[in-house]
Design a protein around this ligand. Structure first.
Ligand SMILES: [Zn+2]
Length: 388
C-alpha cells in the first residue's frame, strides 16, 4: 500500500514537473504565473522548480515586470540541460546533427552511404559517426535524450522501419538496431510528420495548436497537427495529402484512386500542363509571371486552384488555425498565397467567419535534420523519455 502511494506521488511530481516544463519552454514565466496557470499552490511550484533547478533543467532569468514595476525572476529551460541527435536518411547519403534543447544546431555532418550498401554495416557506421560527433562537442553521453530519424515515407513508426520498396532502408529495423548500438532511444518518422513536429515546437506554427503543414515540390505532402498532436491515423500511415482526389473522373493514380492532387499540383505535373513556359522549374514559372507572361500567370492561378481544393477539403474537416506552406511553391510566394487565401476563404463552409491564416512554414537550413531532432524533444516534453 505504502509503495503504491509512493509511486503515485512520484508519478504526480513527474507529471507536474512536465506540466511546468511545457509552460516555460514556450516562454519564460514567473513562479506566480506558473501557479496561476497550473492551479498548483505556490509552495508546490517552488518545490518542483527547486528540484528542476538542482537538476540543471531550469534556470532563472530577469525578463518580466511584476505589478509594482519591479523586475520579477522568470524561469526558463537551460538550453544545455540535454541534447538531441537528428539523422536524415536520404536516398544515397545521410546527414547527422547534434542540437541543444532550444533546437540550436551545434554541428552537422553528411556522408555518402557505403558503395556496397549493407544495412547492418551502414547503421554501425552511422552509429560510430554519431558518437564521434557527440565527443567532438564534449557532450556527456548521459545528457543525450535520444536520436530522431526522418526518412521519406511511408514509415512504420511503431516498428521503426521504412516501408518503401524503392528505399535502401526498406524493412530494415532502423530504430531497434541503432538503439542497441547507441543505448539511446531512437524515433523514426516520415519527413512531413517530423516537419510538423518541428513547426509546432520551433517554427512559424509555434503559436498554433491546430494547423496544417502543406508542402508542394516534386510531390504533394503534408501533415495535420490537431490540438498539439500530429494526426496520422491508427497505424500512422495517414497524411497522404497528395492522394486527396480533386477530380473523381480524372486519370487513375498509381495509388488506386482517381484524379489525385499529386497528379495535377506537383511541380512536374504543373510544368507538363504548361509546356509553353521555358524552363523546368516552379521558379521559372514564377519569374515569368512577375515579368508579365500571361501563360505563366495562368499557370500560377491553376496551381492555386488545385492547392486550394486540397486545403478546403482539409479545412472543412479539421478547421485549422493556420495552413503553413512549404516546398518549391514558396519561391516569391506573394501572388500564389494571395490567390490561395482568396480561393480558400470563398470556398470554405464557414466562409462568413473563416479566419484560418495561410502562412509560410519556417525556411531554415537543415530543415529535415532539425525536424528529426524535434521528434526527440517532442517525446521528452510528453514525458516519454526518462530524463527528469
Ligand atoms: Zn493517388
Amino acid at each position: 500500500m505504502n509503495t503504491e502511494k509512493a509511486t503515485n506521488l512520484i508519478d504526480m511530481r513527474t507529471s507536474n514537473a512536465l506540466l511546468i516544463l511545457n509552460i516555460i519552454r514556450k516562454a519564460p514565466c514567473s513562479r506566480a504565473s506558473i501557479a496561476k496557470m497550473t492551479g498548483l499552490s505556490r509552495s508546490a511550484v517552488t518545490i518542483i522548480i527547486d528540484h528542476l533547478m538542482q537538476q540543471g533543467m531550469v534556470e532563472e532569468t530577469q525578463t518580466s515586470q511584476n505589478g509594482t514595476g519591479r523586475k520579477a525572476l522568470d524561469l526558463k529551460i537551460c538550453k544545455n540541460a540535454g541534447y538531441t541527435i537528428g539523422v536524415h536518411l536520404r536516398s544515397q547519403m545521410y546527414t547527422i546533427g547534434v542540437f541543444n534543447l532550444e533546437g540550436e544546431l551545434l554541428q552537422a555532418e553528411s556522408n555518402d552511404y557505403h558503395k556496397d550498401f549493407l544495412p547492418e554495416a551502414q547503421l554501425e557506421s552511422i552509429g560510430s559517426h554519431i558518437v564521434q560527433l557527440i565527443q567532438s562537442q564534449g557532450i556527456e553521453a548521459k545528457k543525450v535524450l535520444g536520436v530522431g530519424i526522418c526518412a521519406s515515407g511511408p514509415v512504420d513508426v511503431q516498428a521503426g522501419k521504412v516501408i518503401r520498396s524503392s528505399s535502401v532502408w526498406h524493412e530494415v529495423e532502423i530504430c531497434q538496431r541503432l538503439s542497441s548500438l547507441l543505448h539511446w532511444n531512437c524515433f523514426l518518422e516520415n519527413r512531413s510528420n517530423a516537419r510538423a513536429v518541428y513547426e509546432k515546437l520551433y517554427g512559424k506554427c509555434k503559436e498554433y495548436s491546430s494547423f496544417i503543414f502543406f508542402k508542394v515540390d516534386e510531390s504533394v505532402g503534408g501533415a495535420i497537427v490537431y490540438k498539439d498532436e500530429v494526426l496520422s491515423g491508427y497505424r500512422r500511415f495517414g497524411n497522404e495529402f497528395g492522394h486527396i482526389s480533386i477530380k473523381h473522373d480524372g486519370k487513375r493514380c498509381e495509388c488506386g484512386n482517381f484524379g489525385c492532387l499529386d497528379m495535377y499540383a506537383s511541380i512536374p505535373a504543373i510544368l507538363k500542363q504548361f509546356p509553353q513556359i521555358a524552363g523546368d522549374s516552379w521558379k521559372s514559372i514564377v519569374d515569368e509571371a512577375y515579368d508579365g507572361n500571361p501563360v505563366a500567370i495562368q499557370a500560377i492561378k491553376q496551381e492555386a486552384d488545385y492547392i486550394s481544393t486540397g486545403i478546403v477539403n482539409l479545412c472543412n474537416i479539421f478547421e485549422p488555425e493556420a495552413i503553413a506552406l512549404a516546398g518549391d511553391i514558396t519561391y516569391r510566394p506573394n501572388l500564389l498565397m494571395a490567390l490561395i487565401s482568396e480561393d480558400v476563404s470563398e470556398r470554405h463552409i464557414l466562409r462568413e467567419v473563416f479566419n484560418s491564416k495561410i502562412i509560410l512554414a519556417d525556411q531554415i537550413d537543415h530543415i529535415n535534420l532539425r525536424s528529426a531532432a524535434a521528434l526527440v524533444v517532442e517525446e521528452f516534453y510528453q514525458g516519454k523519455i526518462n530524463f527528469i
